[in-house]
Design a protein around this ligand. Structure first.
Ligand SMILES: Cc1cc2nc3c(=O)[nH]c(=O)nc-3n(C[C@H](O)[C@H](O)[C@H](O)COP(=O)(O)O)c2cc1C
Length: 221
């Protein structure tokens, strides 16, 4: 578990800053508390917005776009969302790929893309999101940071490569290696079954979300 956490944090290169931000976060706990009032049960379409009177010009938006057939990539995206929500100064939007339009991409400061690997590619619905949004935002989001989460049966590398290629076209900046989690589903029954991502993997996703959010606030990307 520690190895996974350390790997993510070191890739982004500001472990010490994260610790510092945590301390600041505790100091303004009352403010941060607002973001943890998400309803329980089925994950919300996006994290609860902060109270309008607390929104400042320095606030950043992290957009997490996901698709999932059997729940694995969704859990990874939710964990990244949970990690990012702990970072004061970041508004986190967890959004199903089919619901995201170009204006939402434009409005964000950073991105996490989460998908299963299906047939050695990103899922059709995440591809549809990119197809719909690619040209409308081209040259308007250059330089913004992103990371990717892949839920795969046994591989995941092609889906990761595909996202990296699309993101390169957008001139986005990768801030971490793709986080690939394998569920080891091989048979038709296992492929169709609901997935449960293990806690160690979810911890790594949370750390990635937290690190990306902290970097956004600090403007280190
Ligand atoms: C049609 C289909 C194709 C798949 N192709 C791949 C593949 O190419 N490589 C792989 O590692 N897993 C493959 N898988 C397995 C899924 O990636 C795996 O079940 C994963 O956990 C699904 O994520 P999800 O729970 O978010 O839907 C495939 C699954 C389906 C349904």
């Amino acid at each position: 578990m520690h190895a996974a956490l350390t790997e993510v944090a070191v890739q982004i290169g500001f472990v010490a800053v994260l610790v510092q931000r945590r301390a600041v976060g505790r100091l303004i706990k009352g403010r941060a508390q607002l973001w943890h009032d998400a309803p329980m049960g089925h994950p919300p379409d996006h994290a609860p917005d902060r109270a309008p009177n607390l929104v400042s010009a320095a606030d950043k938006t992290l957009l997490i776009v996901y698709h999932s057939m059997t729940g694995g990539a969704h859990q990874m995206a939710q964990a990244a969302c949970d990690g990012a929500q702990g970072e004061p100064g970041v508004r986190v939007r967890l959004r199903h790929a089919s619901d995201v339009a170009p204006d939402e991409v434009l409005a964000a400061d950073g991105y996490i893309f989460a998908t299963p690997e299906n047939l050695a590619a990103i899922s059709g619905q995440l591809k549809d999101f990119f197809d719909r949004c690619y040209y409308p935002v081209l040259d308007r989001i250059s330089g913004r940071p992103y990371a990717s989460l892949i839920c795969a049966g046994s591989d995941g590398s092609n889906a990761a490569r595909q996202i990296a290629r699309i993101a390169m076209g957008w001139r986005l900046k990768p801030v971490a290696e793709p986080l690939i989690m394998c569920t080891h589903a091989q048979t038709p029954e296992a492929i169709a079954a609901p997935k449960q991502i293990d806690e160690e993997s979810l911890t790594a996703c949370r750390a990635l979300g937290e690190a990306l959010a902290a970097g956004l606030v600090l403007g280190v990307f």
